[in-house]
Design a protein around this ligand. Structure first.
Ligand SMILES: Nc1nc2c(ncn2[C@@H]2O[C@H](COP(=O)(O)OP(=O)(O)OP(=O)(O)O)[C@@H](O)[C@H]2O)c(=O)[nH]1
Ligand SMILES: [Mg+2]
Length: 274
C-alpha cells in the first residue's frame, strides 16, 4: 500500500479585519463622547494604532474643546467610529490586532429609545430611530456602559454626601441602562462576553472601583442576577477623560491629556475580543 501525501493547498492570504463592535451606552452627559475620544487618544498616543479617516475629523473637533478647556457639547448626530488597534502591548503582553467599531450617538436619543424599548415586547411598532439604534447591538463583542455618578454636582458637593449623590445617579440611570443590557444580552447572546461598567469623571467623584462596588452590587442586584444566570462577566472601571486629569497646577495640562483608567478598559476590551 502506498501512502499518498495530500498536496498542499494554497489558499492564498486570508484577510479578515477582526472588526469588533463595542457599543458604548449611557444617558445624556454620562461621558460617552469623552470616553471614545480618550480611547482614540490613548491608542494613537501609545503607538498602538490609529483612527480611520472618517473618525479623525470628529475626534480632532472634540479635542479642540478639550484644549480650550471647555465642556464638550452634547452629541447631536450619530457618528460611526473606528479605532484600528494593531500593536497593543502592555507589560510585555502583545494583544491580537482588532478594529474597535462603535458609534457615538446622543444620550437623549438613548433615553428615548430605551423608553420605547419597553413597547417592543408588546408587539407595538417602534420608530425607525429605535429600530436602527437597536441594530447597533447586534453581533457586538462586548458592551460598555458609562455611568455618571456625579450628575452635574461639583466634586465638593458630591463628596459632601456620596450616598445621596449615588442614589440620585442610579435612580436616573438604572432603568435605561438595564434595558440596554437586557437587549444586548437577549438579542445576541452576550454570554461570556463582558459588560463593562465605566464610572466616568473619576476626577470629580474621587472613588475607586472597590469603593463603588458595594453600592453597585446592591443597586444593580436584579440586573446582575440576570447577567450571572447568563454567564456574562461584569467588569468595573473608573476613568478620567482626556483633558480632565488636571492636578492642581495649570502647567500640568500636558499630563491632563493622558486619560486615566482608559488603558485598563482597552485591555479588558482586547481580552474580550481576543
Ligand atoms: N470633570 C470631568 N468631566 C468630564 C469627564 N468626561 C466628560 N466630562 C464632561 O461631562 C460632560 C458630558 O460628557 P460627554 O462625553 O459629552 O457625554 P455624553 O455621554 O457624550 O453626552 P451626550 O452626547 O449628551 O449623550 C461634558 O461637559 C464633558 O466635558 C471627566 O472625566 N471628568
Ligand atoms: Mg456625546
Amino acid at each position: 500500500m502506498v501512502a499518498t501525501r495530500l498536496p498542499a493547498v494554497v489558499v492564498g492570504t486570508i484577510i479578515f479585519s477582526r472588526r469588533r463592535k463595542v457599543p458604548v451606552v449611557g444617558v445624556h452627559g454620562a461621558g460617552k463622547s469623552c470616553l471614545l475620544l480618550s480611547m482614540a487618544y490613548v491608542v494613537s498616543k501609545m503607538g498602538w494604532g490609529h483612527v480611520n479617516t472618517e473618525s479623525m475629523d470628529y475626534f480632532n473637533s472634540a479635542l479642540r474643546y478639550v484644549l480650550a478647556g471647555q465642556q464638550l457639547p452634547p452629541t447631536v448626530a450619530t457618528q460611526d467610529i473606528r479605532i484600528i488597534v494593531k500593536d497593543m502591548e502592555i507589560d510585555e503582553r502583545k494583544y491580537r490586532p482588532f478594529v474597535l467599531s462603535s458609534s457615538d450617538y446622543s444620550g437623549a436619543m438613548f433615553e428615548r429609545v430605551m423608553e420605547e424599548y419597553r413597547l417592543m415586547d408588546r408587539q407595538v411598532p417602534v420608530a425607525d430611530e429605535t429600530a436602527s439604534f437597536l441594530k447597533l447591538f447586534e453581533r457586538s463583542s462586548c458592551l460598555v456602559v458609562v455611568i455618571d455618578l456625579v450628575r452635574g454636582l461639583g466634586a465638593e458637593e458630591f463628596r459632601a454626601d456620596i450616598e445621596a449623590g449615588m442614589r440620585k445617579a442610579f435612580s436616573e440611570q438604572l432603568v435605561p441602562v438595564s434595558r440596554a443590557i437586557e437587549h444586548a444580552v437577549a438579542r445576541r447572546g452576550l454570554s461570556n462576553r463582558p459588560v463593562m461598567f465605566v464610572f466616568s469623571k473619576a476626577d470629580l467623584h474621587g472613588l475607586t472601583v472597590d469603593e463603588i462596588r458595594p453600592y453597585f452590587d446592591r443597586v444593580m442586584a436584579i440586573t446582575l442576577g440576570r447577567l450571572r444566570r447568563l454567564g456574562t462577566p461584569v467588569n468595573l472601571y473608573t476613568t478620567v477623560a482626556t483633558g480632565w486629569g488636571r492636578d492642581t497646577t495649570e502647567d500640568q495640562w500636558l499630563h491632563a491629556l493622558e486619560a486615566k483608567g482608559v488603558t485598563d478598559l482597552l485591555t479588558g476590551i482586547a481580552r474580550a475580543v481576543a
